[in-house]
Design a protein around this ligand. Sequence first.
Ligand SMILES: *Cc1c(COP(=O)(O)O)cnc(C)c1O
Length: 383
Amino acid sequence: MQSATIIELSQSAIEYNLKFIQVQMGDKIIISSVVKGNAYGHGIEEIVPIIEECGGNHFSVFSADEAYRVFHATRGKNTILILGFIPDNGFEWVIKNDIEFYISNLYRARKVLEEAKKTGKKAIVHLDIETGMNRTGLNDKDLMEVVSLIQNNTDQFYVRGVCTHFAGAESISNFVRLKNQDQRFREIVSLLKGKGIVPDILHAACSASAMVYPETRYDMVRIGIMQYGFWPSKETFIHYIHNKTDKSDPLRRALRWKSKVMEVKSVCQGEFIGYGNYYQAYNNIKIAIIPVGYYNGYSRSLSNQGKVLINNQRVSIIGMVNMNMIIANISKLPNVKPGDEVVMIGKQGKYQLSVASFSELSNQVNYELLTRLPQDINRIKTK
Ligand SMILES: *Cc1c(COP(=O)(O)O)cnc(C)c1O
């Protein structure tokens, strides 16, 4: 059965964004497509084959269950890297299938040794270095213990990478902290080299640091938000365009979220609309009921605030966002009928509703709004 609400994914937008990023990075640098958070809400199963068709072959995820989904969504030969969580009973599958993953604490290193012995295969690992974010990452003491554990068990470990993560490259306010982190990273890399640990690749940058701090690109960049067509922050975008003559945004949004008008009706002046007294008709008005609500990821904080596009015009959401429905004031549109397309995010005619405008209204950043788009909405690939 088809639902009224769907998400369209533009393959050409993804292709364009990936090309743009590769040109910025230069062709020697590996781009790992970060597809955690259900590919930032775009959908792992749909996005992974699209990225593959665009030439991408390196995917990063947060957890082993996401790695499993990517593994089954890919068609060709790929690298999958887990940046975060693996349950104890997940290592066997991970190691058997050459899924790469971070070692960020001693507990995991010991667990991996045990599992790799059982599996009879080398675990392909990346040493996640604590450089000042104070989230995951090996501190100096644990790092040294992990290094000796690895050196005593070279049949169980293959050190593919050494990496770290910056605490907020999208804002200049973190400049000093980031520079210190990068400095620390370089020191540890050379210290490891002195101990005979020389990985194939070094990596540290997310979208923001890859764009703003070229020296942090090393051998690979982990790109999430930008491949979907969004800047990590306004600042990052301004940093990019400030010395360009063309001030237009080079990225293209891949996602379009749309639904359909379910009902159209008239309401007399003075009547309240929907639950409670959130909205009172100031006049005789016409409204459209749209079958999207907070259940579908349309935030309740957009009550009396949100905008949607109908018949190529921008109209306002009135009243409360309900679990399954919102109501738009369509008084200025004489011809709306059930079945007409409603756009919540994306273009319709000459108007566009961006995720940014949408998320500023509801105090969510792009990342959060996107990843909150429910997994069960149908995703459809378009040109
Ligand atoms: C999410 C994440 C990224 C990607 O960040 P973007 O800002 O979306 O590019 C890179 N590295 C790590 C460790 C992450 O968790």
